[in-house]
Design a protein around this ligand. Sequence first.
Ligand code: PLP
Length: 373
Amino acid sequence: MTIDEFRATFAVEPGYLNWAAFGPLSTTVIEDVRVDADLYVSGRQSGIDLVNEHAAEARDMLSQLLDVPLDWMTYQPSTTHGLQHAIYGITSGAVMASTGEWPSITVGITRAAEAMGRISAQFITPPDNMMTPEAIAEALTPETSAVVVSLVDFRTGYRADLAAIRDVIGDDRLLIVDAVQGFGVVQADYAAADVVTGNGYKWLRAGRGGGWASFSDEARNRLDPVLSNVAGLDGGLILDAVGKPAPTAAAFQTSAPDFLACARLVAGLQDVVSVGVESIEAELGQRTAEVIAIADRFDIDVITPRGAGQRAGIVALAPRNDGAAMLGASLANGGLVTTTRSGSVRVAVHAGTDDETMRMFEDAVAAFAQHAH
Ligand SMILES: Cc1ncc(COP(=O)(O)O)c(C=O)c1O
């Protein structure tokens, strides 16, 4: 698939710049969903099996895209579920995360510390809310046993360098990565992490329910699968007795996958695999550079790093004099969908964002600047 064919799978109306919140579905996903929903109607076993096979297909494609062994992959209902399996499984020490992370991380660490009594939370507030290798290195203590970090920060758009983080934390600490804001649109060294988790409903344009997580052999050795249940048993389902958790990553699962969600996820992944993450990343780099150039032209501060390798699809704008609400309103008036929160406006482009949307964005920013300056 060429990048233009990939762009043709975007059926979204002009003005949509909120891919970090929700990804309107790809046309590939819509077409596959219709077929799979029909297969679930008659009750014919062959039809049910065909739909259910998408779970294995999803694992296979995910392991290829992450470049990790197939048996590291697990199905999860969401990113948060994947994080919970990892965080509740940590057996000792202090678990480091930024106070500015998406709450799935900070709430998860706090609840696990309270409930299990085995770990403590080590929250840090790094400069500019960015979990750089330097900020992590500076905060490390002998007690730090794990670091939980977003591949791409939901607010600032900062893209973490996983290999560099691994270098500073060493091999004895666990690296748990929330990849939901970057997986499938930017390349990353996922093999540097012990746990990587994400979902299909943002950048993969596949809707909710298609979550996943990879657990390395080291993660399986060092984490307790305390949230494991029937889908995580050694040797499959056992009745009239309580089986042991699987010796592999499969232990970090609770119930059977939502197979229709897996079907959507597979279709979303197919788009990505056929065009290639590298092409999507290049296109995204151009679009985010355009957003930054427009902000510069109208003298609006940009929080997101300017280096293309340090961002993905999110650009955070911080107009001076508490102007975020006003900029957000101006964008909404101009027919744009963005997120305004904590004093900044998050603009999230995708590779399929069209020129008309960029023009609408520039016009709305110009209208804001006219009133603000
Ligand atoms: C960084 C980050 N992690 C996790 C989530 C939640 O993911 P899920 O809905 O798959 O649990 C979000 C949602 O916006 C997010 O931005």
